[in-house]
Each structure stands twice: as C-alpha cells, then as structure tokens.
Design a protein around this ligand. Structure first.
Ligand SMILES: Nc1ncnc2c1ncn2[C@@H]1O[C@H](COP(=O)(O)OP(=O)(O)OP(=O)(O)O)[C@@H](O)[C@H]1O
Ligand SMILES: [Mg+2]
Length: 272
C-alpha cells in the first residue's frame, strides 16, 4: 500500500483579482520523489510552488505538507515554521553580496534555527564540499560564476535541513556552460532521496531525474504520469504540441541517449 504523500494539493484554486491562475490543481509528491512541473509560460507553475510554501494562499482547496495544513495557516509563526521545512531555490540566487560564501550558508541556521556558530560552520563546510565548492568558502558571491552562485544557493537551502526543496527554473539565467554543473548537483540530491519539486524548461533533465511529471496549462494539470509515459507517450494533444515545441526536434526523441545535456551532465558530473 503506498504511504501517505509528503505533499498533497487537492483542488487548489487561486485568482489574482478577476484572473483565475490556478483552476483546480491536484498534485501529490511522495517522500523521496522528484516531481517536475512543466508547461508554457504563465500556466501557473511558479504559483503552485508559492502556494506550497505558504507564500500565496489559495481561495479554495487544500494543501498539506506532512501534518501541516498549509492552506489553513493563519499566524506568521506557523508560516515561519513551515518555511523552515521547505527549501526554495529560485532563478535569482539572491546571495548576500557582502557576506562570504561560508557566512551566506551560516546566517540562517544561526539566526533562524538557533544553531551554534561551530555547528553551523561544520555543516556549511560539509555542504560546500557536497556542491564541490569547498575551495570557495571564503570567496564573496561577486567573485563566483553564475553556476557557482546557484550551487551556493542550493547549499544554503540545504543548510536549513529542509524536508523538501522546491526549484523554480534555477538554470534559466545561467550561461549554457554552467547549467550542467547545477543540474548535476540537483541530480545528486534526488539520488540521495531528497524530496524535490522542480519547475524546469530542461526537458531532458526532467525526463532523466523525475519520478513523476506534471504538465500544466492555463492553471490546470493537463496530464501527469511517469517521466517515461509523459515524455514518450503523452496522451493529450496539448502535451504533445508543447513537447514538440520544447524538444525542438519535430517532437522526435532521439532513439539513443546522448543529446547535449545528458552528455554534458556526464562530463560535468560532480567533479566541477
Ligand atoms: N502577483 C501577481 N499578480 C497578478 N498576476 C500574477 C501574479 N503572479 C503571477 N500572476 C499571473 O499568474 C499567471 C501564472 O503565473 P506563474 O508565474 O505561476 O506562471 P509560470 O507558469 O511560472 O510562468 P513562467 O514559465 O513564465 O515562469 C500569469 O498569467 C501571471 O501573469
Ligand atoms: Mg515561473
């Protein structure tokens, strides 16, 4: 019998003024799964992530993370408690420019979680090693490439020891050469069993690492399924048209693996 999902959205509706943006979203994520949300611009993907963190409150429907009924949280203290459990990494990494990489990782665990400096430092150094940036601990964000800064941002999210991490187009603003190193870090996290929800335009990456993929359009889930089912045998015409456009190959998937991204991932692996 499947265990209860860690994240569950049921019939979530949200409008900005008169504009409906989410129109009945059902989405479930089991602990340890990687789930990707794909779909056209404006289809509501970021809005779904913001609802999961409690940054936006739906007008209708339920959102549960573990035992927390997110849609019903009222007090700021409850929302802060929720956000300690949910890491969120965005396209803009928003590191503190005046703090070293190490201090960027230590500040929230010390100030928000009340950790000692020694413990926070030990954790931060281990996480920097994990994202292959141990040698940059004393650097300032402005001295790093975009891909390196994004890896610091991922380490910063991990420093809070979250139960799950949400990634919103974390590679969209990066130079193509640095995309692979960031994706390699995310892939390693999913392989370790971190629960991840990703909004991404990197279709082949989504296909490679996702347990489930959701395709959204106009604030609705058009279809969802395993990565293999959704990418290789999409049921809906809309999904087919989107993938045809997004894959840019007349919709034909290559018969053998080896498109640029996957080979780049192998090349970058975690040795960068
Ligand atoms: N704060 C806001 N106020 C009004 N409308 C908003 C607000 N935030 C988002 N929207 C609208 O909600 C819709 C969904 O936005 P959302 O950012 O979730 O889309 P998305 O799927 O993440 O798109 P993209 O791929 O471009 O990031 C869009 O039409 C957007 O203009
Ligand atoms: Mg978005």
């Amino acid at each position: 019998m499947p265990s209860e999902p860690l994240i569950q959205l049921s019939d979530v509706h949200l409008a900005f003024g008169d504009t409906p943006v989410l129109q009945g979203i059902d989405l479930t994520v089991q602990a340890g799964q990687a789930v990707s949300i794909i779909g056209p611009s404006g289809s509501g993907k970021s809005t779904i992530l913001r609802c999961i963190t409690g940054l936006l409150r739906p007008q209708r429907g339920q959102i549960r993370i573990g035992d927390t009924q997110v849609h019903a949280l009222q007090r700021e203290a409850e929302l802060i408690a929720l956000r300690k459990q949910v890491g969120f990494v965005f396209q803009q990494y928003n590191l503190f420019p005046h703090l070293s990489v190490l201090d960027n990782l230590m500040i929230a665990p010390i100030q928000v979680l009340g950790r000692s400096r020694a413990e926070a430092r030990q954790d931060a150094l281990a996480l920097l090693d994990k994202v292959r940036l141990g040698h940059k601990a004393e650097a300032f964000p402005g001295q790093l490439s975009g891909g390196q800064q994004q890896r610091v941002a991922i380490a910063r999210a991990l420093a809070m020891r979250p139960r799950l991490i949400l990634f919103d187009e974390v590679t969209s603003a990066l130079d193509p050469e640095t995309v692979g190193e960031v994706l390699a870090v995310i892939r390693a996290l999913t392989e370790e069993g971190m629960t991840c929800v990703l909004v991404t335009h990197e279709m082949r990456f989504a296909e490679e690492i996702s347990d489930q993929v959701y395709f959204t359009e106009n604030g609705r889930i058009v279809e969802h399924g395993s990565a293999e089912q959704l990418f290789r045998a999409p049921r809906h015409e809309r999904t087919q048209a989107f993938l045809q456009h997004a894959l840019g190959e007349g919709g034909q998937r290559p018969s053998r693996p080896g498109p640029d991204l996957l080979s780049n991932l192998g090349r970058y692996s975690l040795s960068v």
